[in-house]
Design a protein around this ligand. Sequence first.
Ligand code: HEC
Ligand code: HEC
Ligand code: HEC
Ligand code: HEC
Ligand code: HEC
Ligand code: HEC
Ligand code: HEC
Ligand code: HEC
Length: 331
Amino acid sequence: MPKKSRLYFLITLLGCLLLGGQSAFARDVVLANNQILLTPNHGDDGSAWGQTECISCHVKRNIHNTEAGKPIRDIVLETGYDSCTGCHGQNGTSAKRECVICHNADLLPKNPIMQNKKNHNFSVNKDNALTDQNCLDCHDRSDMDGDFEAHVDLTHYPAQSGIDMPYRNQTEFCLRCHNQDQQQPGFEMQPRFLRDPLVMMAKNYRYIDKHGYPKGSGQRTYAGLRDSDYQYGTLVECTDCHAMHGTHNAKLIMDRSDTGAFLLNPELREQPVFIDVEKGNYAQHCVVCHESEVPVEKTDEDTGNGLSGVHQVSGSCLDCHVHGMAVQTGL
Ligand code: HEC
Ligand code: HEC
Ligand code: HEC
Ligand code: HEC
Ligand code: HEC
Ligand code: HEC
Ligand code: HEC
Ligand code: HEC
């Protein structure tokens, strides 16, 4: 440490000790606008930037006493100084940033729900548990305020234009990687078969089946949506169907309604409805949102999870419904 900053450090430390953690140089540290990542100005003009030992200047009991700090205060007290860089960044060092230290089945069992072994670990063929690095690949700057906002809580990947365009929804985030022409360095994907959704989703999303940007008519033979905030015209997000953090179903199809289907009537969603997908039969999945208004082709038959309302309840749906199909296929 250069002499000057060592002096600074000692004065700061003294300040901390005297004022019980409120630095003598305290300036306005309103961390509004999600600025919880430390910057090179940390600790009065940078004297604390590059430091690894948070404990030398900050007392756990004295921080996070604000309204914004409330949801995290107790858990930080419990997990201690190992957790600091998870939220505040590396502070100009190469310190590890830990997430699973808090986001696990004991401390935060519902944020997110990740009990089941398949998850978005960036590999189709492996069922490894998510690592801290996986979390960071998707959330490198979360503000942890209990409110999920796409552009704050999801890692910024450049758009087609090379520019950091704000995400208007979560789907745009997924499409920054799941496209053919501009995948992100380090996350390149090879198609496994013709029109593999891994690389075709940007194109697929121009067609309605398995949902996309075009609006549904609500006039089709089996039309009808369950009582919820889903309507014909609503954008169905990738994460309404694909669970990022845990499921037992292949292709990351959610296995319980409370890990997806975000606009469902909360009572039903939190119940939750369980979903098993086997041999291309997605009836239990589609029926979470769809409920045919008129009973045609056995749409009144229970799909096995207590709900009914989709046609062709048994057998594979894949001949007629895959990503990127126009709906009339198969008739
Ligand atoms: C050399 C002393 C020192 C060390 C070491 C230090 N800090 Fe600080 N930190 C300060 C001072 C001084 C402030 C100024 C504001 C205050 O506390 O009132 C500050 C402010 C902060 C703030 C408020 C935002 C800001 O930039 O002002 C956060 C968050 C923070 N520190 C986190 C950490 C974390 C995490 C570590 C460990 C990686 C750490 N600090 C290590 C001295 C230090
Ligand atoms: C779960 C995320 C999270 C973790 C972990 C965390 N912080 Fe914070 N910290 C925040 C948030 C959010 C704020 C902003 C609160 C506000 O605006 O009042 C904050 C504010 C601060 C501040 C400035 C305001 C204050 O309360 O003094 C300091 C200093 C700070 N943190 C230090 C630390 C240290 C040291 C650790 C590790 C012991 C730590 N934080 C761990 C999220 C976290
Ligand atoms: C492929 C990207 C991806 C990965 C990897 C990922 N997440 Fe997420 N995460 C998301 C998306 C998208 C959402 C919003 C939709 C949702 O809630 O599932 C989200 C939501 C969340 C939420 C808020 C919603 C909730 O269920 O409470 C938390 C907390 C969270 N993630 C933590 C983590 C942690 C911790 C890890 C690592 C163990 C992680 N995520 C890994 C993409 C990802
Ligand atoms: C000290 C414990 C702690 C650590 C460490 C921690 N988190 Fe959190 N995180 C929380 C808490 C508490 C919440 C808020 C939960 C709530 O109120 O719903 C949260 C919320 C989130 C959310 C939901 C969006 C939001 O703004 O609330 C995401 C995403 C998230 N954390 C990701 C991460 C990632 C990624 C890491 C590692 C880089 C991490 N967390 C490290 C405790 C922690
Ligand atoms: C940073 C790039 C990136 C982002 C962002 C991303 N993915 Fe992926 N995704 C990948 C990679 C890489 C794979 C694994 C490809 C492989 O193994 O060949 C993958 C695999 C998948 C798979 C197949 C998993 C399996 O086990 O079958 C699905 C489904 C998927 N992603 C959906 C999503 C969704 C939904 C989002 C948005 C919430 C998203 N991805 C965001 C890079 C990304
Ligand atoms: C998370 C809720 C949800 C799930 C799960 C879901 N859908 Fe949908 N579906 C909707 C919504 C909402 C619309 C209307 C979307 C629009 O207008 O863009 C829709 C529209 C459709 C349409 C177009 C209807 C029209 O009028 O053009 C078809 C076809 C469809 N869904 C089939 C399926 C199939 C097959 C599955 C199961 C693999 C499924 N859906 C799962 C919510 C869902
Ligand atoms: C033989 C082809 C075929 C098979 C197999 C098939 N579907 Fe469909 N499905 C269609 C067609 C075509 C439509 C659109 C009907 C129209 O245009 O009137 C449709 C519409 C739907 C809709 C949309 C209802 C709406 O909102 O308009 C859902 C949901 C649906 N199918 C679910 C399923 C499920 C679940 C399976 C498998 C268990 C399945 N389908 C199997 C051809 C098929
Ligand atoms: C209505 C539910 C639904 C929505 C919304 C949805 N998917 Fe899918 N997705 C499925 C189903 C069902 C399959 C399996 C059948 C197929 O390939 O079409 C699938 C398959 C995939 C696969 C292939 C996985 C593998 O391992 O083979 C990827 C990748 C994928 N989806 C990504 C996405 C992305 C990215 C989005 C958003 C842009 C998205 N999905 C939106 C239901 C959905």
